[in-house]
Design a protein around this ligand. Structure first.
Ligand code: ADP
Length: 648
């Protein structure tokens, strides 16, 4: 029952109880008077709006409050404007989605629900024909509005699905030739077509006839057709591949009238298929080459076996033959090792033995391994290391393998006498190790694929050093396992190449004890000393040279005393590290000769010798040596000595 008399009851004709009817209506209704106060409301309205009859007599703005925490959660402005419009014009007016904050009792007090109402305001006229009240009827449209706005809407979903599948649908009128594409055609293909003829012009001429024939046949048989055609790109840069399917539609008399179809962009798939075909071809080429590479060493091994069968073979011949076998077997072993490594990396079977590593040590190890090849090819290797210790978290063996591969390639693909360089540059959180050469370079066409498995430049007869095309693929995978990457640049044929390995480095303050242990490898002096290492034991000379290089010095190596003198004459070094037991002229004699050269007056001579007993220290000092080290020389002490010399 109502609590207060309604203004409406005064105007209701009798005997029907219109007020009872108003109250009982299932449609929410509200009555507003000319002063914009709430005159009455039925049960349905009070229920919908979460209010009580206490709102009767209240101004609109009090009866329709906003959520105190969200101003304008009730759009009072739109509400009053609509009512005012009806009062002034005497015409109904509606608000399509009026925001309305609905109070609701909750455990922690009153909370507000935000709803959307479709509101219709209708004028009620008094006896004089003027508008006395405005009746408001309400439909809550919150759910339907949200449903319409949701992206899950069926039409939207279909449209998005078609875009994701890169598919457009079309209808073709067979009588007029008119063609209508779905509205995503421009987004997919860069343009739209309205006729069959226009479409033909956009296709590759070789495909037009095939499509035409398939279509005619389908029309004749009242069936379907399916063709893959090339669409010329709008910018003229190549093609898009389309998978076109059409189905012929007939009228009730069985006469073909239209074709309904779908065109799908399958360019990505075609590209992937082409890549697979290329990879398959490369694999075939690789197998042929592998067979060739593995058979090559077999010829000398089998000849050696025959030779060993010969009677009266002298010991020298046996030694040489056995060396041939060892060399060839070690070549085969390295090929097989590479193959196994690649297979392990591709199957994810390589586990890194990670440690805190000094990049200089890794470089020194790699240089040491490749030095024999570099020397054989009379190439010059510059090693550029930073002043500070740069550390990475990695697997020593694998990182050395990465650099050895790159350095080995640099030496292989650079003519004899060429220039190689390895440099270490810390930058931000990374360190870049670059290996460059002034060799045969890499053609632009090969460059993007140079890290792919089995990729190799054209093999020429003089390219005898080429391996199996596995090395760079391994380099890339191993760098990636360390969280790094590799890049390659080249200005093309005969313009050299540069490969860079970028690795994350350890940037926090280094471990003091570790740093101290490694300190001798990094250079403390300011000046890069020119060193000449002379030793007939190539391995010993190269190891010492690599160590000194990694300590930041410029190193030249000679294996023979007369060559050493010649080099000293042409380019006098700051320091000579001389072995004593040299062929032809011993180290003491060499020291005397060097001392007689005017350009060697300032040079420091250091003896590094295994002859601790035979050639004593005094003899060497008398010959002109400044310092004397017994093999195996303590490299750390040697570097420390060079630092002192540097400071003089
Ligand atoms: P390979 O066993 O043939 O050396 P890699 O994977 O190490 O295999 O190298 C792949 C190819 O990349 C080589 O065959 C060569 O054509 C090219 N390449 C690699 N390094 C260099 C370089 N420093 N200079 C020129 N070409 C290079």
């Amino acid at each position: 029952m109502r609590d207060t008399p309604s203004a409406l009851s005064f105007h209701m004709p009798q005997p029907l109880d219109y007020h009872a009817l108003f109250s009982a209506l299932p449609q929410p209704c509200l009555l507003i008077d000319r002063s914009l106060a709430i005159a009455d409301a039925n049960h349905a309205f009070l229920h919908l709006s979460g209010r009580t009859s206490a709102i009767f007599g209240m101004p609109l703005r009090e009866g329709f409050p906003s959520n105190p925490l969200a101003s304008e959660s009730t759009d009072l402005a739109a509400l009053t404007a609509s009512v005012a419009h009806v009062l002034a014009s005497g015409q109904p007016h509606s608000v399509v989605a009026l925001r309305c904050a609905i109070p609701r009792r909750a455990t922690l007090g009153v909370v507000f629900d935000e709803r959307l109402w479709h509101v219709v305001h209708t004028p009620l006229f008094g006896f004089e024909g003027a508008v006395t009240h405005v009746a408001q009827t309400v439909v809550d449209v919150t759910d339907i509005t949200i449903a319409q706005q949701e992206p899950g809407n069926a039409d939207d979903r279909l449209r998005e699905g078609m875009m994701a599948a890169r598919m457009a649908v079309w209808d073709m009128d067979l009588t007029t030739g008119a063609l209508v594409f779905s509205d995503n055609a421009t987004a997919l293909f860069g343009r739209d077509w309205d006729s069959q003829e226009a479409m033909w012009k956009s296709l590759h001429p070789d495909d037009v006839r095939r499509l035409h024939v398939a279509r005619l046949k389908a029309v004749e048989e009242r069936g379907e057709y399916h063709e893959v055609v090339r669409l010329i790109r709008e910018d003229g840069q190549g093609f898009m591949w389309l998978n076109v399917k059409g189905r012929v539609l007939c009228n009730p008399d069985g006469v073909p009238v239209a074709i309904q179809g779908v065109s799908v962009d399958i360019t990505e798939r075609m590209r992937a298929e082409q890549d697979l075909r290329d990879a398959d071809r490369r694999k075939d080429e690789f197998l042929a080459m592998l067979a060739h590479e593995l058979r090559n060493p077999l010829a000398p091994i089998s000849a050696a076996a025959q030779l060993l069968k010969m009677p009266a073979l002298n010991p020298e011949m046996v030694r040489k033959t056995s060396e041939v076998i060892s060399r060839q077997v070690s070549h085969m072993t390295s090929l097989v090792d590479d193959l196994l490594d690649v297979s392990r990396v591709t199957r994810g079977l390589i586990a890194l033995d990670r440690k805190r590593l000094c990049v200089t040590d890794i470089v020194a190890d790699a240089v040491e391994q490749v030095r024999p090849l570099i020397n054989r090819r009379h190439q010059d290797l510059a090693v550029k290391l930073p002043q500070d210790i740069v550390e990475v978290d990695g697997d020593q063996k694998r990182l050395v393998q990465v650099l050895t591969n790159l350095l080995n390639n640099a030496a292989k693909y650079t003519p004899a006498g060429g220039q190689l360089e390895i440099s270490v540059t810390p930058s931000g959180p990374d360190v870049t190790i670059s290996i460059s050469d002034n060799g045969i370079g890499i053609p632009h066409t090969l460059l993007p694929h140079v890290f792919d498995l089995f990729t190799q430049a054209e093999r020429t007869p003089d390219r005898s050093q080429g391996g199996l095309g596995l090395g760079l693929a391994l380099v890339r995978s191993l760098a990636a396992l360390h969280g790094g990457r590799v890049t390659a640049t080249s200005d093309g044929k005969d313009h050299g190449s540069m490969f860079s390995v970028h690795l994350p480095r350890i940037v926090e303050a280094p471990d003091v004890s570790g740093a101290a242990a490694r300190a001798p490898v990094s250079r403390r002096g300011d000046r890069r000393l020119r060193l000449l290492v002379v030793d007939d034991n190539r391995d010993a000379a190269e190891m010492l040279g690599a160590f000194m290089e990694s300590a930041g010095h410029e190193v030249a190596i000679e294996y023979e005393p007369y060559q050493a003198m010649e080099r000293a004459r042409l380019a006098p070094p700051d320091v000579c590290l001389l072995d004593i037991g040299l062929p032809g002229m011993d180290g003491n004699q060499l020291a005397r000769c060097l001392r007689r050269m005017p350009q060697m007056a300032e040079t420091t001579l250091i003896a590094v010798t295994g002859y601790g007993k035979e050639f004593d220290r005094d003899t060497s000092i008398a010959a002109g040596f400044d310092y004397y080290f017994v093999k195996p020389a303590d490299s750390v002490a040697l570097v420390a000595l060079l630092d002192r010399i540097d400071a003089i």
